[in-house]
Design a protein around this ligand. Structure first.
Ligand SMILES: O=C(O)CCC(=O)C(=O)O
Length: 247
């Protein structure tokens, strides 16, 4: 495995995303793929009516194999090197697009959905567990727009909402990154991104680790990951639910 070079870090910091090939070995990708497919059959998604994807959050708490992926040391080290600060897991998620689901994930930023104050950096590792060519729903990013922290949470089912909310946002260039199983894209929590529908006969299986500033504070906003915890605004996120990484 190649080390994280200064050049890769610089590319990530300038563009807001980076593609790192072959982070998982084919054997690892196969093992996690089988676990993800089994989780798809077993688990309830956040919204059972969602045609875009089945979104299974915090699978690390219920699946020993996928927990290894959420806390994968190499992923945590890469994320920490890219962010340049100590991190914790905010949550993981399986994002599984059924064959021929006909529903893209429309352009949005991630961080505006989260109840975080004083977060210096957040980033996601989007891990392909199958080959994800364009027609299976790979990701597309708008480079260099990750300093935009003024945009409201976006309706990810509405192709126009991000551009209505921020009419001055650059909408080109766009960079589309097809992945092989075991490849990863990292993207900043404020990088605008989208993913195609799955127009193939195979499931699109992706596992996403979301890493955030270990020192951020809960800001009191509602979120499915913090609502059950009864946290007081201003507290640090508890380590047992949002574990520091690498661990
Ligand atoms: O995989 C997708 O469809 C969208 C993923 C995404 O928006 C994310 O990981 O932040």
């Amino acid at each position: 495995m190649n080390p994280l070079t200064d050049k890769i870090v610089a590319r990530y910091r300038a563009g807001g995303f980076v593609h790192i090939a072959g982070v998982l070995s084919p054997e690892e990708a196969g093992r996690f793929r089988n676990a993800a497919r089994a989780a798809f059959d077993r688990e309830r998604g956040l919204d059972p009516d969602n045609q875009m994807f089945k979104q299974i959050v915090n699978i690390w708490q219920r699946d020993d194999v996928l927990s290894e992926l959420t806390f994968h040391r190499r992923l945590a080290e890469l994320a920490t090197g890219l962010a340049g600060i100590p991190l914790r897991i905010w949550h993981d998620q399986l994002l599984i697009k059924r064959p021929h689901n006909r529903t893209p994930t429309e352009f949005h930023q991630d961080a505006p959905y989260w109840p975080h104050a004083g977060c210096r950096h957040s980033l996601s590792a989007w891990v392909a567990l199958v080959d994800v060519p364009v027609e299976r729903g790979c990701m597309t990013f708008i480079p260099g727009q990750h300093e935009r922290r003024d945009i409201r949470p976006i309706d990810i089912a509405d192709a126009h909402d991000l551009f209505d909310a921020a009419p001055d946002l650059a909408y080109q260039p766009r960079v589309t990154i097809p992945l092989h199983a075991g490849d990863v894209t990292f993207h900043n929590g404020y990088t605008p991104h989208t993913a195609n529908a799955n127009d193939t006969n195979e499931f699109r299986l992706a596992h996403v680790n979301i890493y955030v500033d270990r020192d951020l504070r809960y800001d009191g906003k509602r979120h499915v990951c913090t609502d059950p915890l009864g946290l007081e605004p201003g507290v640090r996120l508890p380590d047992d639910v949002f574990p520091p990484v690498p661990r």
